[in-house]
Each structure stands twice: as C-alpha cells, then as structure tokens.
Ligand binder design. Structure first.
Ligand code: NAP
Ligand code: GDD
Length: 343
C-alpha cells in the first residue's frame, strides 16, 4: 500500500539506514537508498532485515555535487534523510579533511541541491551528541552551547548549523535531530557496544580472545536505534520544522556496559587494577578476559554525555520502547545466536 511519499535515505547501508528503511516501508513509502560503490558487497544489514529487494538502491557519494544534483532531480523525493557520514570518531582524527568533506560539505551540497531543484523537499540531518563534546551543561538540551572534541564533532556542528541556516534563510523544511548514541545488533563492529557484546559472547562460547578496550570510564546515554529512527520520521512529519534532542536521559559507563554483558552471559568476574592497568578476571578459570589498551584512547575524549529528551517527548510524543538492560540483552543474544555475522 503506497502513501505517495518518496523517501531518499543517504547512507542506507549503515545501521540507521537499515532500520529507517524498514520503518518507512511499513508506512507505505517508496524508499530510495543511496550506496557508494565498493569492491565488496555491503548490503548485509538490509539483507538481514529481509528488505534489500524492496529498496531502490542508487549509486551516490556525498563528495560529488553533480551526482547529488542528478539523483535529487531524477528521484524528486518528498523527504530526504541525510544519514550518510564518516561516522567513526577515531577515524576522524586520522582523516579529518575527508571526514569534513563528507559530513560538513556533503550536507551543504545536499542542501544546495534542495534549494535549486525543489524547495518543497523536506530534509532531515543526522546531527549528534558528539557536538556537545566538553559539555557546557548537564543534561544537554537543544540550547546547550556546542564544544566538539573531534574532527567528526566539528564537521557535524557545521552541518547542524547549515541545516538551521537553510531553514531560516530559504524556508526549507529542514530538521536537525541531535541523536545521542544509539545501538542495536546491526551496529558497526568497531563501535564500543558491539565490540564488547561480540567479544564477550565469543568468550562465553569458548574463544580464547581477550577484549582489548580503551577508556572504560567514558559515559554515554545509550538508546536503541529502532526507537531513534522513529524520532527522525516524527520530525519530518510534524507541521513545523525544528531541532530535537533524542536521548534516554540516563547514562552508563563503558565499564557498566561490560558488567551488564557479563551478567547476561552469566560469567563470574572480578575487576582488578586501575586506569591503564585495569583488567577483568574470569573467576571460573582465572583467565584475563578484558584488558585496557591505551591504543584505543583518543587524542581528546568526550567524558560524559547525557541528553534531555523533554522537547521531543512533549511536542512529537516520542517514546522509546527499549531500556538500557533490554538493549544490552538483545545485543548479547544476537551475538550468541549469530557469532559469525559481522556488520
Ligand atoms: P554508519 O553505520 O556508519 O553508516 C554511515 C553510512 O554513511 C553508510 O551507509 C556509509 O556507506 C555512508 N557513507 C559514508 N561516506 C559516504 C559518502 N562519502 N557518500 C555517501 N555515503 C557515505 O552510521 P549510523 O550509525 O547508521 O549513523 C547514521 C548517521 O547518524 C550518521 O550520519 C552518524 O554520524 C549519525 N549519528 C549516529 C549516531 C549513532 O549513535 N549511531 C548518533 C548520532 C548521530 P558505506 O557502507 O559505503 O561506508
Ligand atoms: N570504539 C571504541 N572502541 N570506543 C571505546 C573503546 C574501544 O575499544 N574503549 C572505550 N571506548 C569509549 C570511547 O573512548 C568513547 O568514549 C565511548 O567508548 C563510545 O565510543 P564509540 O562507541 O566509538 O562511540 P562514540 O560516542 O565515539 O560515537 C558514536 O556516537 C556518536 C553520538 O554521540 C558514533 O556513532 C558517532 O557517529 C555518533 O555521532
């Protein structure tokens, strides 16, 4: 059943692209998803959800203005969700210019395409709590001053303000969703929650691996990606374009995440040592199963993030279904059931 709405999702191969596609298809949208050509297959998330064949896949790269213009002009979507990004914070320290070109200039290229091709296209920008960086207020809300701590955060701050600026200057229906960390079984393998859930589950299944980890004291406000893509849709389907924080309003440390996984896996454990010497012992066999490795420390860390989701709950009636415990349980159980799937 079609609703005459056509969505263009940039970054459809990523975690959020997969869940958002699934949501929009269930609402009767015609879904176009962009993907960069690569040497290997990258549709595993869409295939896992069983929706790859329901999506029109388009060759697309945020680095190439002529390609963006052609795609927007040809498809003429009613809504664009700009999820594409170089989204891994450590990589942004190694590739700061490429990260900015994709995340900052890429967003501007897309906004220019909307402005010159069809100003009626609604636009969603995937902004991030990483923009708050060295936080100026606890909890962070829509008015909190930004202080990004990584090239990724800086690039996303540019895109956030560009989105607001095109809304204010040209009356484009452009929304910026400031989403705090959101996870799922489909999370990329290098992000900390996935790495922890996967490695500890493998250890439970008999592997000799050790979980090498960075800063275990960092705190994040973790939610479930499926809940968060619903917030994106609510923003574009409200009568006024605006910016919203999307978060749970509760934070946990990386250490808490490890402890919760170990509890679900029923591994009897003990933390020993502090800082770089911290490690976890499996009390059942005295083996070290987690150790800190400074190679995972970042040049500048975001110590603690916690968002205030009051505005989106009040105005858009957004309500998450997952708790932290439910999220961790789902990620761990997925790894136990599918130890060989890598996203
Ligand atoms: P993800 O899994 O890393 O997916 C990123 C997507 O962007 C992939 O499809 C990737 O394609 C695509 N991409 C990268 N460079 C591109 C380029 N030059 N041109 C076109 N596409 C490109 O990210 P995610 O977790 O789904 O997050 C979605 C968006 O939300 C991102 O913008 C991220 O920065 C933002 N965000 C995420 C979170 C979170 O906690 N997940 C929180 C706040 C904001 P390939 O498959 O080809 O690499
Ligand atoms: N990745 C990773 N790997 N992070 C680790 C590790 C490790 O081995 N050990 C500790 N950490 C800490 C990081 O230092 C950081 O403080 C925290 O775990 C979370 O790291 P990530 O899972 O990589 O996420 P992120 O917070 O840096 O970025 C994610 O969330 C942002 C929203 O705040 C990404 O999805 C970004 O794209 C997103 O914008």
């Amino acid at each position: 059943m079609s609703n005459n709405k056509k969505a263009l999702i940039t970054g459809v191969t990523g975690q959020d692209g997969a869940y958002l596609s699934q949501l929009l298809l269930s609402k009767g949208y015609e879904v176009y998803g962009t993907a960069r050509r690569g040497a290997s297959e990258k549709f595993s998330r869409l295939e896992y959800l069983g929706i790859k064949n329901k999506i029109n896949i388009i060759d697309f790269d945020l680095l190439e203005i002529s390609n963006i213009n052609k795609v927007v002009d040809k498809i003429r979507p009613t809504e664009i969700y700009n999820l594409a990004a170089q989204s891994f914070v450590p990589t942004s320290f190694d590739l700061p210019i490429l990260t900015s070109d994709i995340n900052a200039m890429g967003t501007l290229r897309l906004l220019e395409a909307i402005l010159h091709i069809d100003k009626n296209i609604k636009f969603y920008q995937a902004s991030t709590s990483e923009m708050f960086g060295k936080v100026k207020k606890i909890p962070q809300d829509e008015e909190t001053l930004l202080h990004p701590r990584s090239p990724y955060g800086v690039s996303k701050a540019f895109a956030h303000y560009a989105t607001i600026n095109y809304r204010e200057s040209y009356d484009i229906f452009a929304c910026s969703g400031i989403l705090f960390n959101h996870e799922s079984p489909l999370r990329g393998h290098e992000f900390v929650t996935k790495k922890i859930a996967k490695t500890l589950s493998k250890i439970k299944l008999g592997s000799d691996e050790i979980l090498s980890i960075g800063n275990v004291d960092a705190k994040r406000d973790w939610g479930y990606a499926g809940d968060y893509v619903n917030a994106m849709w609510l923003m574009l389907n409200h009568n006024i374009a605006d910016d919203y924080i999307v978060s749970m309003g509760i934070n946990n440390s990386v250490k808490d995440f490890i402890n919760q996984c170990l509890k679900i896996l029923n591994i009897d454990y003990e933390w020993q040592g502090e800082g770089v010497n911290a490690k976890v012992l499996n009390k059942h066999n005295n083996k070290v199963i987690v150790k800190v490795d400074p190679k995972f420390f970042r040049p500048a860390e975001v110590d603690s993030l916690i968002g205030d989701p009051s505005k989106i709950k009040k105005i858009l009636k957004w309500q998450p279904e997952y708790t932290f415990d439910k999220l961790v349980a789902e990620m761990v159980n997925f790894e136990l059931d599918h130890p060989n799937i890598i996203f």
